[in-house]
Write a protein that binds this ligand. Sequence first.
Ligand code: COA
Ligand code: AMP
Length: 630
Amino acid sequence: MAYADVYASWQNDPEGFWMEQAKAIDWFSPPTRALDDSKAPLYHWFADAQVNTCYNAVDRHVAAGRGDQVAIIYDSPITGTKSKTTYAELQDQVASLAGALRDKGITKGDRVIIYMPMVTEALVAMLACARLGAIHSVVFGGFAANELAVRIDDATPKAIIAASCGLEPGRIVAYKPLIDGAIEQASHKPDFTIILQREQHPCDLIDGRDHDWHAAQEGVTPADCVPVAGDHPAYILYTSGTTGAPKGVVRPTAGHLVALNWTMKAIYNVDPGDVFWAASDVGWVVGHSYICYAPLIHGNTTVVFEGKPIGTPDAGTFWRVIEEYQVRSFFTAPTAFRAIKREDPTGAMIKDYDISCLRALFLAGERADPDTIEWAQRVMNVPVYDHWWQTETGYTIAGNPAGIEALPVKIGSPTVAMPGYDVQILDEGGNQMQPGELGAIAVKLPLPPGTLPTLWNAEDRFVKSYLTTYPGYYETGDAGMIDEDGYLYIMARTDDVINVAGHRLSTGAMEEVLAGHPDVGECAVIGVTDALKGQLPMGFICLNKGCDRPHEEIVAEVIKSVRDTIGPVAAFKLVAVVDRLPKTRSGKILRATMVKIADGADFKMPATIDDPAILDEIRQALKPLGYAAG
Ligand code: COA
Ligand code: AMP
């Protein structure tokens, strides 16, 4: 079947389409119906089924006689370690850790925070929670203690599973002080922690609260898979919104299983047994869906890579991994390729490797700029497919369905809407726009299985953030257009979310930190264009009247404060001290205009600006930072 036929088959019978895909999942009790719309606009899929995620990701492959197949390849150029874990070994490890968690009181529905680097045990921890029906929330290692504390208070976990450290090139990130600090700061106190001691930086354990990963599992009876309802939350993943409070995206169990399993062939074009590699981090949605769950549910071999595209040890690392493990489909963020291209512009290093095993490169997480796509196509000699999705959806909204029909690539477009998604471009009044016209990108409700049914502890915020602006639609927060051929183009965010090296960050959260500095009277944070990371945050601060401290000192303090409060991943290093901020007459800060000035782009003077002269002051303040050229 061609893509158009598959899409039409979904359009004609959405529930039938997903019930058909549900046959590929092993159920304790199969769903009798696909969609529950009784609480519309809140929807649930496969709610009356009983199922277990871990069973589908691990046990069923062992039961089918594929226990000896490698499930997880761990490759860490940072530590010089490599290992392979078969499905049978993974089953033992997961059942054992789940047994330890169960013995310490974790049961279905309990929350467990996981704070781990890119090691096999991170996946074991996620799967062990899934085995018990416990709801995990993985927190990215680049977030600081305060961000961890915010998540502890929102998810109220009974336990934290962590490693003693993460490893960044040239730097050991000691996790334990961050965990201790976060627990101290949070109002909610987890009952216990389980800590994987890494030889690079073992940590002290607090008696009675902290348990060693291995010791905790000694003598325990392995745990079986616990059936859960189809709409039981599989996990919570916090993502950046407009304010400092992150949004806890809830992932429903059954829809997640059905949809992710479907994507592995339809979108990534791999068959069970093939090696699939997503070079991301388990702390992000890409890591949840395509390092851990989808490849394992589908019976693939997944690669856990603890390294960077460059510097570990060089710009040939990706090619080495692809060759060494015979990777079939490879997924990463464009920023990783920009980093490689910068180090090795001619792609000379790829010549040392044979990557003929690779069928395609998939890019997502941020806008894929044409230069990067063309460079990757030329150097790798495989099709390069951009695809667009979000933490909220958990998988592709628009992409090129390579396993159904590889559609012609139009550079600059992530291609077309996938079955499940009726993507439309709307004007401010919620009316559909014409092909080629720029507007808000919205998806007609209901969203397909596996997408967020709500936000953790925050149904009102869910409705307000996503379902209110355009009744009957999910508001994606992205703006763009659809061309005459149905190809989608993603142009910009419509909110205060920025994308730094494929990482989703909130400028609002950074503004909250800056505003907390005693000398800062007013502030704004915007995302400026960066050749490597796509965007970088830039802060503008106005100092309180009478403050005569050297500007450099205050700038250094606010930079440190964002790093300490949000984390190094914010990459917040650019700050301009200004006398005032450009505003409309009603007092709204003109952030979009500031971005244009910083990027040296043309802009129209906002009709409502209070005092146009301020824009020149902004321009002058940006010059020393290397911005506002042109
Ligand atoms: N734990 C602790 N700190 C972390 C971290 C982690 N897991 N991940 C990143 N950091 C730190 C980095 O060490 C860096 O700190 P520094 O300011 O002291 O140098 C900071 O956070 C910013 O990190 P990063 O955004 O990774 O920038 P970088 O300059 O170290 O590397 C790239 C740039 C492009 C090589 C890198 O961003 C990359 O590989 N990106 C791939 C994109 C990706 O995986 N996206 C996920 C969604 S698909
Ligand atoms: P995250 O939730 O971290 O995956 O970030 C989702 C956001 O990243 C989207 O809403 C987009 O703004 C952006 N994004 C993700 N993929 C793409 C893409 N292929 N092209 C353009 N923007 C993208």
